[in-house]
Design a protein around this ligand. Sequence first.
Ligand code: ADP
Ligand code: MG
Length: 235
Amino acid sequence: HETVYAIASGKGGVGKTTTTVNLGTALAEAGERVAIVDTDLGMANLAGFVSLTPDSTTLHDVLAGDASIDDATYRLADNIVAVPSGTSLDEYAETSPEGLRDAIEELRSQFDYVFLDVGAGISHETVLPLGLADAVVLVSTPEPAAVHDTKKTIELTERSGGSVAGLVLTRTHPDGDISHDDIADRLEVPLLGTIPEDPAARDSVYAGTPLVVFEPEGPAAIAYRRLAMSMTGVE
Ligand code: ADP
Ligand code: MG
């Protein structure tokens, strides 16, 4: 199976970090060894989703050449670790994304699955992970603006030599007037799954606990577990 997945979007705020954390946690609960990595260097916030307070070393230090990836790896629960990024602009300024390739290859050798939470948009540090991952998972809401921006992420993936696994539609509504299959068809990518709108998603961020742990029987948690299984074949 593919090991390194980039979780990417054109538009921000569509559910990339939520998807990274919950896919990773669902697979860890199923016994797979998982690393989730905050490669959203400019707007890092993955650590907050899982109540992680890194003592000092983050991916920024690794990319600045001041630390090894192991020093920036923190255990979250059984089978799952996170690599957070620093959150200050100063740390960001000192980062050079070039070291990302080595860091990812190191994680690849240690884990069954590595999920990269990629920044939105089209900057260099966004594009790099798209080409380094084995497969790119596109995240979008059904909103036309978000779907439209997804096209750009597909194009960037192709240009950087990466390959698209498919689309995850988030925050869907049962009465939505656009068919989810039509959205994927229009983008010419497989529909990997849909995650319904669920207030527990936001509540879980405030709680600093992955949704699949915070409200395991809620609709979004169930959908994330189903997505994890269908993407990987893991039950
Ligand atoms: P991104 O990483 O793409 O910027 P986030 O994962 O941070 O997006 O999600 C953006 C916001 O949307 C957060 O407040 C999050 O709690 C909320 N959210 C994500 N998925 C859902 C969902 N399925 N239902 C309701 N709210 C959601
Ligand atoms: Mg995010």
